[in-house]
Design a protein around this ligand. Structure first.
Ligand code: ZN
Length: 285
């Protein structure tokens, strides 16, 4: 009986062990010093994650920067800056392709236009000289996300505003139990993202209104991507404090990080998840 008891004890321990998350930050044209603590607090809320932060060192130490990705189940990037050193890029590609999870938040999808594997991971990206050579746009045509190879820049946004998010893949574990539409707090609504767009499932999109400087198109904003054995969640939302202190953002991040780490979502959708009539502040008072 002893081996069986040991196996049961191990299984019990494994199910209770927190999912290890590493947030990477330190360079961004956004206020990462304020938003990373919010991302960390969001992920600590459901009690299923343990969260650490790796901040890029400055100066001459940058070239030796090498977080130990393999110690974690999932990496969350709040980083948009200098190209990671060779060894760090190699370690990250190995980590994700062998089954590690990756979550790209907002301007992390502006990063690394020159890094082929990274662009495969995020599916679509913006700015940094991205154009038709980076890959197609994804456009919703007759209910299907369709590659559009029209030449033009990759990445833009209109003026910030509050907008409804539309669920596109309700059967996906991250989206199961979420409403067909919910209101997101004031944010930049990225448009015209483009990239390799391989193995991309669009989970949620939003109409980019022309009267706010947008495209008049549904823009893919939350996407699930596979890269080798790894799962990637690309969340283009989260420009500033208002956007991250948002119930819809928080819950989809909590669910998305768990899915990227394990392929499953065990968290229940909170009863007070916003609907399409009004956004909600996170944390809920
Ligand atoms: Zn932004």
């Amino acid at each position: 009986m002893k081996p069986l008891i040991a196996i049961l004890a191990l299984a019990t321990f494994a199910s209770a062990a927190p999912i290890k998350v590493l947030i990477v930050d330190g360079q961004n044209n956004h206020d990462w010093k304020r938003t990373t603590p919010v991302l960390k607090a969001i992920l600590e809320e459901p009690g299923v994650f343990s969260v650490e932060v790796a901040t890029s060192p400055g100066g001459g130490e940058f070239a030796a920067w090498l977080p130990k990705f393999s110690d974690y189940a999932v990496v969350v990037s709040n980083y948009n800056g200098k190209l990671w050193p060779d060894a760090m890029r190699d370690a990250f590609e190995k980590f994700v392709s062998e089954g590690g999870g990756f979550v790209s938040v907002h301007a992390a999808d502006n990063s690394f236009p020159e890094w082929k594997a990274y662009n495969e991971m995020i599916g679509l990206g913006g700015w940094g000289g991205r154009n038709e050579k980076s890959g197609p746009y994804l456009r919703l045509r007759d209910g299907k996300w369709t590659p559009d190879t029209t030449p033009g820049a990759g990445g833009s946004h209109g003026s910030q505003h509050e907008f409804p998010m539309n669920t596109r893949t309700p059967e996906h574990p991250i989206m199961a139990g979420l409403p067909a539409a919910w209101m997101h707090r004031q944010d930049e609504l990225y448009n015209r993202l483009r990239g390799p767009a391989n193995n991309v499932t669009v989970l949620a999109s939003a109409m980019s209104p022309k009267n706010k400087g947008g495209t008049g198109e549904e823009e893919p904003l939350i996407m699930a991507i596979t890269f080798g054995k790894g799962r990637v969640l690309h969340n283009a939302l989260g420009h500033g404090m208002e956007a991250v202190q948002c119930k819809g953002f928080a819950v989809t991040l909590q669910r998305g990080v768990e899915w990227a780490a394990t392929g499953k979502v065990t968290q229940k959708v909170p009863a007070d998840f916003p609907d399409a009539t009004a956004s909600k502040v996170w944390p809920t008072k």
